[in-house]
Design a protein around this ligand. Structure first.
Ligand SMILES: Cc1cc2nc3c(=O)[nH]c(=O)nc-3n(C[C@H](O)[C@H](O)[C@H](O)COP(=O)(O)OP(=O)(O)OC[C@H]3O[C@@H](n4cnc5c(N)ncnc54)[C@H](O)[C@@H]3O)c2cc1C
Length: 392
């Protein structure tokens, strides 16, 4: 996506908006919906995005780590997907910034994962990570806990500022002429002959050739797929001079420095449905673990606390690609890695939608891996109503 091409597309998209129904209708305007909308529009598609509430997206709550290595993903298709997406990040964010004039906070700062206890690994250099003894670790990051014996250094892992990314994605989508319908809630998908005919919303019905389900943790309200909310609480402190040089990734907490002196501490992982508030227990657990790992944190001014809902699947991997409905594409269930996976998801699904070519890697992320526990095979003529979902 070059700047010149985007300017050309901005003009051509505005003209296309005069046409009636869009090529693609995206449900959900979080990280995945917006990134996919932008990629589609920059390839010439006419895109409409329906967003119930931009502010409730997990995108705003996330820590923004781009951490396939520190997350300890096992070798396999999920790790490969995450590594591919991390590799896209420098260019993806640079292009978004060039187009919008806004910063994303992309920062290839690396991640340090300090360890407590006596165990020192026998292999000290494994692919992209390197073991540091305590002395070396303190050169990376002074003032770590006296209990830390050493740790892994992941130089390739990085971060983006999700709050800044949210503004950049929204701005880019606007500049591209994507119809952004904020406050529009999809209540039901109307299906006939294995196809979505239209979607019912709080402001009437919408039609398109292709539909993308990108409604994050709320996906099961529209389709009986196994995506459930996993709540995460976070907090932040604010410093005048940033003392942290990289992300600290502990076993039960992570500490993420932002370039302007903010420090984000996260995150709990709670199976409590959509309980929309912070709890004393959650914040206490985060502070205890963070102050143990990095004691100076105890004296910094507390700034804020918030929460969000990760879209979790039973195997903690996303659901991507074709659905049982011919013109419905699934882009949900990104769980802990939706910020990381936004660019690769957008790229793979754009190719699928516009050229009909499914990248072979999509097979590993098909909804079909969850059948027969979650059968969503459509009837020949069916209206899927949100009120019917309880049976799943
Ligand atoms: C505490 C926390 C920390 C995280 N940290 C990281 C991290 O460090 N790195 C990382 O890569 N990922 C992280 N994540 C995960 C990441 O935030 C998510 O995987 C990602 O945001 C999911 O994107 P999404 O677009 O699928 O969903 P969301 O960003 O949640 O967006 C979904 C949108 O769909 C809309 N919607 C829902 N239902 C409807 C409907 N019926 N009609 C219309 N619109 C609807 C919602 O209003 C919402 O705006 C974190 C998440 C949390 C909660």
């Amino acid at each position: 996506m070059t700047e010149g091409r985007l300017h050309y597309l901005l003009i051509s998209q505005s003209q296309k908006l005069m046409n009636s129904s869009p090529d693609v209708l995206i449900m959900g305007g979080g990280a995945i919906g917006l990134a996919t909308a932008i990629e589609l529009a920059s390839h010439g598609a006419q895109v409409t995005l329906l967003s119930r509430n931009f502010q409730e997206a997990a995108l705003h709550a996330a820590a923004g780590m781009l951490a396939p290595q520190a997350e300890g993903l096992a070798p396999g298709s999920m790790l490969d997907l995450c590594l591919q997406s991390r590799a896209l990040y420098p260019d993806w964010t640079a292009q978004l910034t060039a187009f919008t004039g806004l910063e994303t906070g992309y920062w290839p700062c690396g991640i340090l994962a300090p360890c407590y206890g006596n165990s020192v690994p026998t292999e000290t250099r494994v692919e992209e990570r390197e073991w540091c003894d305590r002395t070396t670790l303190l050169q990376h990051q002074p003032d770590l806990s006296p209990e830390v014996v050493g740790g892994w250094w992941f130089p390739q892992d990085a971060q983006v500022n999700p709050q800044q990314l949210a503004q950049v994605l929204w701005q880019a989508a606007q500049q591209l002429g994507i119809t952004l319908a904020e406050g529009v809630c999809v209540n039901a998908l109307e299906c006939r002959d294995n196809q979505i005919q239209q979607v019912q919303t709080n402001v009437g019905t919408w039609q398109a050739q292709t539909y993308v389900l990108a409604t994050g943790a709320w996906s099961q309200q529209l389709l009986p797929i196994p995506v459930t909310p996993r709540k995460g609480q976070l907090l932040s402190v604010q410093t005048t001079a940033q003392p942290l040089r990289q992300i600290l990734f502990g076993s039960d907490v992570y500490i993420v420095p932002r370039q302007a002196g903010r420090i984000v501490v996260g995150a709990t992982s709670e199976d409590v449905g959509f309980a929309a508030y912070n709890t004393p227990d959650g914040i206490h657990a985060l502070l205890t673990a963070a102050m143990r790992l990095y004691p100076p944190l105890a004296d910094f001014p507390l700034e804020d606390c918030w929460w969000g809902f990760r879209p979790a699947t039973p195997d903690e991997e996303p659901i991507l690609g074709q659905s049982p409905y011919k013109n419905l594409i699934l882009a949900t269930g990104h769980y802990r890695n939706g910020i990381l996976l936004a660019p690769i998801t957008a790229r793979l699904l754009t190719a699928l939608i516009l050229s009909g070519q499914a990248d072979p890697c999509l097979a590993d992320f098909s909804w079909q891996r969850f059948t027969p526990q979650f059968p969503i095979t459509p009837h020949p003529s069916q209206v899927v109503l949100s009120s019917m979902i309880t049976r799943f």
